[in-house]
Write a protein that binds this ligand. Sequence first.
Ligand SMILES: Nc1nc2c(ncn2[C@@H]2O[C@H](COP(=O)(O)OP(=O)(O)OP(=O)(O)O)[C@@H](O)[C@H]2O)c(=O)[nH]1
Length: 600
Amino acid sequence: MDKQNRTRNFSIIAHIDHGKSTLADRLIQYTGLVSDREMKSQLLDNMDLERERGITIKLQNVRLIYKAKDGNEYYLNLIDTPGHVDFNYEVSRSLVACEGALLVVDAAQGVEAQTLANVYLALDQDLEILPVINKIDLPSARPDEVKEEIEDIIGLDASEAPLISAKSGLNIQDVLEDIVANVPAPTGDINKPLKALIFDSYYDAYKGVVAYVRVFEGEVKKGMTIEMMNTKKKFEVTEVGVMAPGATELDSLSAGDVGYIAASIKDIRSCHVGDTITDANNKTQEPLEGYKKATPMVYCGIYPGEGEKYENVRDCLEKLQVNDAALEFESETSAALGFGFRCGFLGLLHLEIIQERLEREFNLNLVTTAPSVIYRVTKNDGEVVMVQNPANLPEVSEIRMIEEPIVKADIIAPKDFVGIVMELCQERRGTMLHMEYIDEKRVMLHYDLPLNEVVYDFFDALKSRTRGYGSLDYEMKGYVPSQLVKLDILINKEQVDALSFIVHESKAYSRGKAMCEKLKNEIPRHQFAVPIQAAVGNKIVARETISALRKDVLAKCYGGDISRKKKLLEKQKEGKKRMRQIGSVEVPQKAFMSVLKLDE
Ligand SMILES: Nc1nc2c(ncn2[C@@H]2O[C@H](COP(=O)(O)OP(=O)(O)OP(=O)(O)O)[C@@H](O)[C@H]2O)c(=O)[nH]1
């Protein structure tokens, strides 16, 4: 059998926590790629941040060599995928490079909202989906019922699905045999001109931008001149190889292979994820269909903090963008924070992760402003503007209509929690579409929810109110008109542009109040009283005051000389007035993030 017939390209898809990363580790360990001693727990989640949060964010690929029962040696290219709803985009990116996907389902939890969402993504790519039932070691495991669920809800035959424990390593060989037997071998002519898809990339200080590719046709070798079909840039290949699990150089990558290409690419903009690489001297006719660009759904301002340089922040954002194509940014200025960037993210988790990476990996000191979705504003003169920065909302008098993005949300929860889930969706201005029973125990609720209500902390609220049993998946549906207002925050009578946000009219008061209270706790006391107000237009909807640190000027004044007392108090008042006029209120950096975590 030739190499192509002994190659299998696959991903693992699952709902969060169903054990995808643990299974990936076991597969790596079983095939002897790393010794047990070297086996760091969850090797694929190689970013510290991921390990801490326990969720997979960036996809990684690794090549395993497996000697199957049929006596042949197979090359299994595994591409790890993230399981969180914010990262569906990354899931579909990695799926394009594969012919099959393992669908890991927790034997105790069964099919969840994101199990379904991931299956749909895999079906879109025409992948062979192999169900795997994990965690059968758990006392609460119910593998037979879960098999039925997979058949009933998803429509996949699960009768032959391996029953495994990724944790203990039980039946891991069944999974490998399943892959060999049922994931189709790649096809593609090695003698045709090179055609390879870049599905990910990262920046290496020595090698430059390294592209992770899936070769569909032809062959790529060191010394060859390649061309990026989209950017038309040409480079000489300095190294090709596979991750096993570290970068391992090979002579060539050919049709069907997954691996990396380094070509001393210094400018990150010349290597686009989704672009097709070809041989500059023997070009392929048509590029492969690229990825549809991920559209950010949440925006926020990122500003250099105390002592931080603007250029430095730009540099780091650019570096992050290389391996996170979904991150968008452009320059903006704020009266309160100076020069900075408006950045677009897939969701709140994505935002938090980027922020943490900037702070931790790049050691940046940042100020982040409240997240906002994109509103569609129609002005009286008919002009339509998309507003993702509340500060840019046109004057109220100019606005004919504001529309907000709505998502179609699918929520799966045990039936005992239906009331609680409905209450939560109601609070978040949701409209129920319908509800169906998955089996005797669980229901699936379909809702239309304003994205602006989902991005804040809907996911956390759902998890905590359903004791971890509720699961969520959502996709953009469109825009609907809504009664939205801009809530401004005034600190010491001055409007702070970076703290403004757009909110539904019915929530302006409660949000404003919560915001003022929060800021009151975060801003230290000054020599003068600091009023904190929330306003809609000219109307103040909430107010808090940080009382002044009153210096006791009368302490030294003995006796009852009333005129002297008066004089001293008068003087103090003057001082305060001056302070109020010229002194500025020190607002701590974290106050700008405080809108994020408002408990309503
Ligand atoms: N009892 C038991 N626990 C398991 C098994 N497999 C995984 N787990 C545990 O389940 C939890 C989630 O496993 P992960 O492998 O991190 O799950 P994941 O699907 O990769 O999750 P994300 O990276 O967040 O998408 C961890 O605490 C694992 O130790 C298993 O077979 N049995």
